[in-house]
Write a protein that binds this ligand. Sequence first.
Ligand code: FES
Ligand code: FES
Length: 158
Amino acid sequence: MPLVTLTVNGAPRTARVPAGASLLEFLHDGLGLSGVRLGCEDGVCGACTVLVDGRAVRACTITAASCAGRRIVTLEGLSSGGRLHPLQEAFLRHGALRCGFCTPGMILEAAALLDDPRAQVTRRRLRQIVESHVCHCGMKARILEAVEDAAIRMGRLK
Ligand code: FES
Ligand code: FES
């Protein structure tokens, strides 16, 4: 199996994965990053969502090799300087998780929007993000509350 090196959470990380492995396999199986969830592996559930150059990407839908030279961020790398991201704080404040399986993907896709100063943030767009992920625990109403609260506190939504 070939060795693959990618920039993950600000540092070069190397793992041995099968030729043609997905980014999900590299991060979850190769590096053991548990914040990258192994869900449907078909681009549907959103559990494997990570940031690639600041954009939300479902890691099961692209190869690891295609991410050479790009910046990958997982939930493990979202906080900075020991401080949680406002979205993480809002999820805790609103109790917006039960089993937590869907949480990293929900937070990272919302972060891609809220952290992009050029992006237009609307309640409709936030709802679309939450709806595009599967939550088996029925927490979507609280998740949406948390995402909206974070957007308001970040000055991205009125
Ligand atoms: S595991 Fe990638 S979208 Fe479900
Ligand atoms: S909190 Fe369990 S799947 Fe969403």
